[in-house]
Design a protein. Structure first.
Length: 210
């Protein structure tokens, strides 16, 4: 008796079906958050400042810790955002955001900035401070971007590699539709193959078995 593992559950796991299942898992498994997170704090090339943190498990709340490694105080920090509706800085800082969700803007992309105001001396050397942002998470992606930091001595630092709420790249917005199109095409091929008539040739036997 021959055992066919591909028919163990009464299903023929043919190559087209396996391809179809793989594509379903690929398209269906796409979410708003990449699986990889930035490892450790991000720093500018000169090593003047480090920024650590990002989104929590819900994807709605971001927290960053900014650490000053320069000899002058940090007096300005700005974070790009997508679909933010709330931004908070340490006590004594003045915040300003563009294109917050819920204020009637057409473009949900913007920037949230915070500046220290007297008598607050910003983030002093070798000190840290936290900044938080809340996101209307639908459509927002966890991706790395650049945070801008300014110091009291006039220097500016660009910190790349910080996890920020960003919009989905245009190149990826049509991937689900393309994947569904490929799945449909494979489904049509499978149906056509199953309906294809088998060969009509017959074998002719002559004579009688003795």
């Amino acid at each position: 008796m021959n055992w066919h593992p591909e028919r163990r559950w009464g299903v023929a796991w043919t190559k087209p079906r396996l391809m179809l299942i793989g594509l379903l898992l690929t398209v269906g498994g796409r979410g708003g958050t990449p699986l990889c997170r930035a490892a450790g704090p991000a720093a500018d090339p000169a090593g003047l400042v480090a920024v650590e943190g990002g989104a929590d498990f819900s994807g709605h709340n971001y927290t960053w810790t900014v650490t000053n490694r320069h000899s002058a105080s940090i007096v300005h920090v700005s974070f790009p955002h997508f679909r933010a509706d709330l931004f908070q800085a340490p006590p004594g800082w003045v915040t300003k955001c563009t294109n917050l969700v819920g204020v009637g803007v057409a473009d949900p992309r913007g920037e949230c900035a915070a500046e220290s105001a007297p008598p607050v001396d910003g983030i002093r050397p070798q000190r840290s401070a936290q900044f938080t942002m809340r996101i209307a998470a639908a459509g927002a992606q966890r991706r790395t971007g650049t945070v801008t930091v300014r110091f009291a001595d006039g220097r500016e630092a660009q910190v790349a590699g910080v996890e920020l709420p960003q919009s989905e790249p245009k190149s990826e917005q049509f991937m689900p539709l393309m994947g569904l199109g490929v799945i449909f095409a494979i489904f049509v091929i499978i149906v056509a193959c199953r309906r294809r008539p088998r060969g009509s040739g017959t074998d002719t036997h002559t004579g009688a078995a003795s």
